[in-house]
Design a protein around this ligand. Structure first.
Ligand SMILES: [Zn+2]
Length: 499
């Protein structure tokens, strides 16, 4: 838990006042400080509930918990929103109708979390037993007791599954509303709250939920509270997300493993073939060499380019933190790089290494390719470009294990499995409602607000646009290292951050 302005920012988005240093900021900050003990205790109970999308019994406990949080805060029309498909994780909904309000904001977060592998969890800790640390674990933090006096230090962190991604979003949104009400203030817009339960499992049924409840979910803007703040530690507003899709590529060689002494130099080696194939996909400057790979990209507007130019540079800081001395595309900074479609190898497998290594020529080699998309790309078209490129390298492409007949006829055989994906989404920066929110955030006194045309990560935000014709902006609220810690599973932990 790192003390910062998030509760205040969210509160101000809700109130949307535009005074310099308004007294409201002070009331909300006081509320957060005075109630930290109570809020963290509630949050801790929330984090104790296992929240894997595939675990309906525990997921239900989460929905009940959230509904109670809402009712306790006076939020109305609290209910579960179901998809058509049976036994799928529901969303939790609630609303506050403000007399005289002319616009509606809807706040999104997700309450489900990534699967837990206990062997990858930090020693002595458990995913669903929240603990307080003196600072981040990777900075040498140690376990400390939750303070009896409710006074929390800025660098203290709570560790538990979803403490950052994204139960922090749920708690911060509801607490922001509570802070406003308890401070005697009044929201400036109608408010709706939508908490998804299947985001980490790919939001497979989100489309059904949105379609089933179209009129209930009508709004002027979705405010998405997910993802980490900027690496500089500064708050940011993000206007879009990258799309995402995957391909599994398996190159086939002999039907059984061969002795490298008996057959080396003679039998084809699938790992070498795959390595060669992958190497044809990018040049030394990191540019993808697949034909037409960058062709569909929608150019950034002047406002977006200007905002991007003002994003604080974190390249040197990140290189240091990550122990790397070069970047893949020299001359291009992180912000520019994530505004291009990417082709990344998630993993490669063939034969064995280390203690399991043998003198063999393996039978297959597999790589998982991750394609991130930007506005203008279509995930199916982007996959097809990769497949066409593979064919152009002389490969016979199949989607099944090759038959003997195929093995006889083709020297280079590859199985390509295409996974469903989704497209990128980007909201224009100059929408009046968005400008109003940016002004509201700025009144909370932060020195620089980073405006990012797109974030590196992916969320299915295109669905909101496609099904509800709705605009979205993302206000990430958790520590920037959340991603590296959680997704790379180094510690398998998430960091909480809420005031
Ligand atoms: Zn998330």
């Amino acid at each position: 838990m790192k003390k910062s302005n998030y509760l205040i920012i969210l509160s101000f988005i809700i109130i949307q006042t535009a005074f310099a240093q308004p007294p409201e900021v002070l009331s909300i900050r006081n509320y957060a400080n005075q109630n930290a003990g109570k809020l963290i205790a509630e949050y801790s109970s929330f984090l104790s509930l296992p929240n894997l999308a595939a675990d309906p019994v525990n997921l239900k406990k989460n929905t009940v918990f959230i509904m109670n949080m809402m009712k306790k805060r006076g939020i109305k029309n609290v209910q579960i929103l179901e998809a058509n498909s049976k036994d799928t994780p529901p969303a939790v909904y609630g609303e506050v109708i403000v007399p005289g309000a002319t616009q509606t904001l809807i706040f999104y977060a997700h309450y489900d979390g990534q699967p837990v592998n206990p062997t990858q969890w930090a020693k002595g800790l458990e995913a669903f037993k929240p603990v307080l640390f003196s600072k981040a674990l990777h900075q040498g933090g140690t376990v400390i007791p939750f303070p009896a006096d409710g006074k929390y230090e800025p660098e203290w962190r709570i560790y538990a599954r979803s403490a950052s991604d994204d139960k922090a979003g749920v708690a911060a949104i509801l607490n922001a509303y509570d802070a406003i009400v308890k401070s005697g203030l009044k929201p400036g817009s109608n408010l709706k709250f939508f908490f998804e339960g299947e985001e980490e499992a790919g939001s497979t049924h989100l489309n059904e939920i949105l379609e089933n409840h179209k009129s209930l979910l009508k709004s002027d803007l979705w405010v998405i509270c997910d993802g980490p703040v900027h690496q500089s530690g500064k708050k940011q507003v993000v206007f879009g997300v990258r799309g995402d899709t995957h391909l599994d590529l398996t190159v086939y060689a002999s039907k059984r493993p061969l002795h490298s002494g008996q057959y080396g130099n003679w039998a084809p080696n699938p790992a070498m073939m795959l390595a060669r194939l992958l190497a044809t996909m990018k040049d030394d400057s990191g540019k993808v060499t697949i034909q037409g790979f960058y062709d569909d990209v929608t150019a950034l507007s002047a406002a977006e380019r200007k905002a991007m130019g003002e994003v604080p540079s974190v390249d040197e800081q990140m290189k240091n933190e990550l122990g790397i001395s070069t970047v893949e595309m020299p001359g291009m900074n992180l912000s520019e790089a994530i505004n291009l479609p990417s082709l990344n190898i998630n993993g490669i497998q063939s034969g064995n290494v280390g203690k399991m290594a043998t003198n063999q020529i393996p039978t297959t080699a597999t790589a998982v390719i991750d394609l991130r998309l930007v506005l203008g790309n279509d995930w199916k078209r982007q996959q097809q470009k990769v497949i066409d490129h593979i064919k152009a390298q002389g490969y016979y492409v199949t989607n099944k294990e090759p038959l003997d007949e195929e093995r006889k006829n083709y020297g280079k055989i590859i199985k390509v499995i295409s996974y469903d994906g989704y497209n990128a989404q980007r909201t224009t920066m100059d929408l009046p409602i968005v400008q109003k929110l940016i002004a509201a955030i700025k009144t909370t006194g932060i020195e620089q607000l980073v405006l990012q045309p797109t974030m590196g990560g992916s969320l299915p935000l295109y669905l909101f646009e496609k099904l509800l014709k709705a605009k979205t902006i993302t206000i990430p609220i958790v520590n920037h290292d959340n991603t590296s810690m959680q997704k790379m599973k180094i510690f398998g932990l998430a960091i909480s951050l809420m005031e």
